[in-house]
Design a protein around this ligand. Structure first.
Ligand SMILES: Nc1ncnc2c1ncn2[C@@H]1O[C@H](COP(=O)(O)OP(=O)(O)O)[C@@H](O)[C@H]1O
Ligand SMILES: [Mg+2]
Length: 273
C-alpha cells in the first residue's frame, strides 16, 4: 500500500482512508527543523512486581521527530517499560528524562501534561461512550480550544467523524485502534507511545495502522512503538531495540535490525505478518 496515501487521498481501505492533513501541529516542529535532540532519555530503568524483575536496567533514547521501536516476545517487559514512563507502574530504579526533566516521581497527569501519552495495549476505549465522548476524554487535562484538535483528528480519521455519535464498543477492532490513537492525540502530546497497536488486527488493517503511524510521524510527532510484529515495526522505525526477559539485547537502525540474522531467526520467522 502506498505511503503517499495522503497525497493521493484515497486507498479504499476498510477503516476509512487517512485524511489529508496539510498543516502540522505548530508545537511539534518537524524532522530536520533544527539539530536533533533526545526527547526521551531512559537510563538503567528497572520495574519489579514483587519478586519478579520485569525490566532489569534498560537504557534507550527517543530522538525528537523519530520513530523508535521496542520489539520482543510476550513477557519481555515492553508494556512494563511504557507503563512506567507514564507512572502507571512505579520504577524500582533508574531515570526517565523527558526534555531533560526527570519524570520519575511525577504522577501520570503531570507526565501527560508534559507531553507524553500512551495508547495502551488492547486499545481500552470507553465502550459505552460515543466516539466524540472518547475524544473529549483524551483532552480532559486541557481547557483550551478543543475544537481545532477535534477537527484535526477528524481530518486524520474521517471514519471517526462519520461515527462521532456511535458507541465506541460497536466499532470494529481497527476502528477502535484508530479511536485509541486519536484519543491519545487529543492530549496534544509531543511524544506518543503505542503498545502493540497491531495486536489482533487483520493484516490489511495492520497496514492501515502503520500508515497512520507514518502519517502522524510525518507531521512531526515523536513515536515510541512497542510491537511483537517485529517486521513491520522495524521497517517503520528509525531505531529499534530488542528486549529479552527485561533486558535490551540488541539495538540498531530499524532497517539494519530487520536484516540482522539473529533478529530474523528469533523474531521475524515467528512474526505474525
Ligand atoms: N501487574 C503485574 N503483576 C505481576 N507481574 C506482572 C505484571 N505485569 C507484568 N508482569 C510480568 O512482568 C513481565 C513483563 O511483562 P510485560 O511488561 O507485560 O511484557 P510484554 O509487554 O513484553 O509482553 C512478565 O513476566 C509479566 O508476567
Ligand atoms: Mg505487552
Amino acid at each position: 500500500m502506498s505511503k503517499n496515501v495522503n497525497q493521493t487521498g484515497s486507498t479504499g481501505n476498510t477503516v476509512g482512508k487517512v485524511g489529508s492533513v496539510q498543516a502540522s501541529w505548530d508545537h511539534l516542529g518537524k524532522r530536520g527543523d533544527g539539530p536533533s535532540r533526545n526527547l526521551l532519555e531512559v537510563k538503567d530503568l528497572k520495574v519489579s512486581y514483587g519478586g519478579i524483575e520485569a525490566v532489569r536496567g534498560i537504557s534507550f533514547d527517543v530522538p525528537e521527530h523519530e520513530i523508535v521501536t521496542l520489539i520482543g516476545a510476550n513477557g519481555a517487559g515492553k508494556s512494563s517499560t511504557l507503563r512506567s514512563i507514564v507512572a502507571l507502574e512505579k520504577p524500582a530504579g533508574g531515570s526517565i528524562k523527558f526534555e531533560g526533566n526527570e519524570m520519575i516521581g511525577m504522577g501520570t497527569e503531570q507526565i501527560v501534561k508534559n507531553g507524553i501519552t500512551l495508547v495502551p495495549e488492547g486499545r481500552r476505549v470507553f465502550v459505552n461512550l460515543s466516539v466524540y465522548e472518547n475524544l473529549r476524554m483524551g483532552a480532559y487535562l486541557r481547557n483550551d480550544d478543543l475544537q481545532s484538535d477535534l477537527d484535526w483528528v477528524y481530518t486524520l480519521f474521517p471514519r471517526l467523524k462519520e461515527r462521532s455519535w456511535q458507541a465506541a464498543g460497536t466499532l470494529s477492532g481497527g476502528e477502535q485502534q484508530m479511536l485509541a490513537i486519536a484519543r491519545a492525540l487529543m492530549s496534544r502530546p509531543k511524544m506518543i507511545m503505542m503498545d502493540e497497536p497491531s495486536l489482533g488486527l487483520a493484516p490489511i488493517i495492520v497496514q492501515e495502522v502503520f500508515e497512520i503511524i507514518h502519517e502522524i510521524n510525518k507531521m512531526g510527532m515523536t513515536i515510541l512503538l512497542v510491537e511483537q510484529n517485529a517486521n513491520m515495526a522495524l521497517k517503520a522505525a528509525d531505531m529499534g531495540y530488542v528486549m529479552e526477559t527485561g533486558r535490551i539485547t540488541l539495538s540498531g537502525a530499524g532497517m539494519e535490525l530487520a536484516e540482522n540474522p539473529v533478529v530474523k531467526e528469533a523474531y521475524l520467522g515467528k512474526s505474525r505478518s
